[in-house]
Design a protein around this ligand. Structure first.
Ligand SMILES: [Zn+2]
Length: 147
């Protein structure tokens, strides 16, 4: 998620594009921040939760859901791999899209297989980007792009 989007929510406490109230809490379990893709530390750091549509920037039909970011400003993930190993341990749902929001494949995987699966799927000519979602909660985690 773009830092500017998160910073706007941190300031307004409103969901971007929706205006629904965002909320602040100190989580009891680690929650993945959608900006830095690191864990929001339970009992120690505050999060902002809000409704987010990962298709918002492309103008494609929306698929909103709840996400969390650090309450404090944080820097966007810039790791070199396609998938940050620190982003949780649960199963993942990989929704593979072609430009224009055409869902061309979906695969459910174990967290440990993320790097290999993303590399394999992003190499397919029909896949332009992948939305990574939690296989348990269903919520959007991040977008994986080729290269
Ligand atoms: Zn963060």
């Amino acid at each position: 998620m773009a830092t500017a989007v998160a910073d706007e929510v941190r300031t307004t406490l409103r969901a971007p594009g929706y205006g629904h109230p965002a909320w602040r809490e100190i989580p009891e379990e680690a929650a993945p921040c959608r900006v830095c893709l690191d864990a929001i530390q339970p009992g120690r750091e505050a999060l902002i939760g809000f409704t987010y549509d990962p298709f918002q920037l492309t103008g494609d039909p929306s698929l909103p859901g709840p996400v969390f970011v650090h309450e404090r400003h944080c820097e966007p993930y810039t790791g070199s791999g396609t998938y940050p190993a620190r982003l949780g341990r649960s199963g993942l749902l990989l929704n593979c899209y072609r430009e224009g929001r055409q869902l061309v494949r979906a695969r459910r995987i174990d967290h440990a297989d993320a790097e290999d699966a993303l590399g394999e799927l992003l190499a397919l000519p029909e896949v332009d980007y992948i939305h990574v979602r939690s296989a348990t909660a269903g919520c959007y985690l991040c977008t994986a792009l080729p290269g």
